[in-house]
Every structure is written in C-alpha cells, then in structure tokens.
Design a protein around this ligand. Structure first.
Ligand code: C5P
Length: 303
C-alpha cells in the first residue's frame, strides 16, 4: 500500500472544566468531547525516502510545511517517510484540534495500515488505544490522543485519560469561528481560577434536549479568559445565542471557535441559519452539521 487518504474531523469540547494544574505546568481537564462532520483531509504517499508536505485549501494561509507542522513530526515519531498533501478547511489555532487533529489523522493512517482488512471496529479502537498508551504523544499536542480516536468521550488528566462514550445523542450544531487565532498557553495564563469543580459522571441522555439540559449546568472554564483576550468570541456567542432555536452557545477548547446547539431543527433550516450568519459576517468561518460520532469519517482508505 503506497498511498492513504484520511480525514481529520473537527474536535469540539461540549464542556471543558479546568480542575487543577500539575507541577510541570500542564492543566488538569475534565471534558466531554465530540467530533463534527467538517474536516481537514490528508493525502499521503509512502513511496518516498523523505518527509515532506504541501498545503492548500481555504484555511491554508500561514500553515507551515516544515518540521514545525505536527503532520511531519507525527510521521517522524513513528520513523516513517511520507509526502503529505494537506487540504486545510479548519481554521488553525481555533479550539477544534487544528494541527493536533491533522497529526492524529496521520498517526491513525500509519497505525492502521498494518491491520488486516477483516479487522472489526472494536479491533481498530483497541489497536489505537494500545498505541496511544505506548507512544509519548502528548509532546506533539495535548489533543492528539483524543483526535486519534475521534469518537464521543469523557476526557480527563491532561487529555490522556479517555473514556469512550456510547450514548451521546447526535445533536445539530452551528460552528462559528471569528477567524482570529487564539494562543492556548496565553489563555491558560490569563485564567484566574485553576481549581474549578470537575464534571459529574455523564448520565444516560435519551435525546438532544436532555443533552442540552445537562450541558447547561456545565462550563468551559477557559471562556472568560479567552473572551478577554479575543473580544470577537463574545460577538460570536451573542450571535449564536440570538439565533432562533439555539439551546446553548459555548466556546470549544481555548477558542476562538464556538458552537450553538439546536435540539429541534431540520437539516434544511440549520443550513439556512448558517447561511444567514455567513451573510451577516462574511469574515467569519461558519459550518453546520450533527455533532457526535465521526469515527467512520476519520477512518483511512488505502491504495
Ligand atoms: O495542545 P497543546 O499541547 O498544543 O497545548 C499548548 C500549550 O497549552 C501547552 O504547551 C501548555 O502550555 C498548555 N496546556 C496546558 N494544559 C493542557 C494542555 C495544554 O497547560 N492540558
């Protein structure tokens, strides 16, 4: 197999509680993570004796193509050579996984390349979980392990403790980014409280309305600090909150991307709503679709 194609779906933190800080400075998180049907795409050619990459796409501006790009560092960690072509649809440094999601997609493809074709979904998840534990992936980016699995999960520690969740109901969402890159360490530094209450165990959630009701009592503890650094986050949240049918608006990760959740909206109505926001804010990045399990979307194909 000389080639692989793999998608890197956007990661969304439906909750993000910051519950402490380790001695090495990393923050302890407690987060409900899901994935969205919007993604970057990586085309990889393994028939090379080098490590190289090219980037194109609507969000390609400023994306490095040298070893500063996590895509190449991910391949290097596994000692692999490849020529990668990245189609960048997700805004970088936006709280949706960014470079970590791209690196995770490369690792997913490289690690699943040797699995037999009859491998089941359970075999694939087991293989990924085992490799995630064996490799020191946090050096690449704290979101890399969760983006490798790209399924709904409860994440703790600094991102390395992942409990996949079966029972999250899919929910329609608008994703909006004001196209302002936000520095994660800067937001962590600006936070005034680092020992917030953790999330309770996630109860059985029968439908989207129950999910929204549960999420309303939860938080993104980075939101206040991120909004102070990047006020356009406040504009995005206000716009989402004022959108008819929006049950909850919140920031993902360290921002600046935000999501609005809709328990009861047709796909057509959701697409129209996204178009209305795009027209009113042509400089914003806007996407829409169901949040939930994007595991299949992230599976590589080989040729
Ligand atoms: O996700 P990434 O590893 O790129 O995070 C960038 C920086 O954010 C880290 O170097 C660290 O300073 C901070 N961080 C943190 N606690 C986490 C994740 C990231 O303090 N759990």
């Amino acid at each position: 197999m000389k080639r692989a194609k793999v998608h890197a779906p956007a990661k969304i933190n439906l909750t993000l509680h910051v519950t402490g800080q380790r001695d090495d400075g990393y923050h302890l998180l407690d987060s409900l993570v899901v994935f969205a049907p919007v993604h970057d795409t990586l085309d990889m050619n393994f028939d090379t004796s080098d490590l190289s990459m090219t980037v194109e796409g609507p969000e390609a501006d400023g994306v490095p193509t040298d070893m500063a790009n996590l895509v190449l560092r991910a391949a290097d960690i596994l000692g692999e050579h490849l020529a990668a072509h990245l189609t960048k649809n997700l805004p970088p440094a936006s709280g949706m996984g960014g470079g970590s999601a791209d690196a995770a997609a490369v690792l997913r493809a490289l690690l699943l390349r040797t699995l037999p074709p009859e491998a089941t979904l359970d075999d694939i998840v087991a293989q990924l979980l085992q490799k995630i534990q064996a490799l020191e992936l946090h050096a690449l980016g704290a979101d890399v392990p969760m983006c490798m699995l790209n399924m709904p999960m409860h994440v703790r520690g600094i991102g390395e403790q992942m409990t996949p969740l079966g029972g999250i109901p899919p929910i329609n969402a608008l994703l909006v980014n004001p196209r302002r890159a936000v520095s994660t360490p800067e937001v962590f530094r600006a936070m005034t409280t680092r020992d917030n209450p953790p999330m309770p165990e996630i109860p059985t959630l029968p439908d989207a309305a129950a999910l929204i009701a549960f999420l309303k009592d939860m938080r993104n503890d980075m939101q206040v600090a991120a909004k102070a650094i990047e006020p356009s986050i406040g504009d995005v949240l206000t716009t989402l909150e004022r959108t008819p049918g929006c049950g909850l608006a919140r920031m993902s990760g360290s921002g600046a991307s935000c999501f609005g959740l809709f328990a009861d909206i047709s796909d057509e109505e959701l697409a129209k709503t996204a178009q209305t926001i795009r027209r009113a804010h042509p400089d914003w990045w806007v996407a829409s679709g169901p949040l939930g399990n994007q595991f299949s979307l992230g599976l590589p194909t080989f040729s």
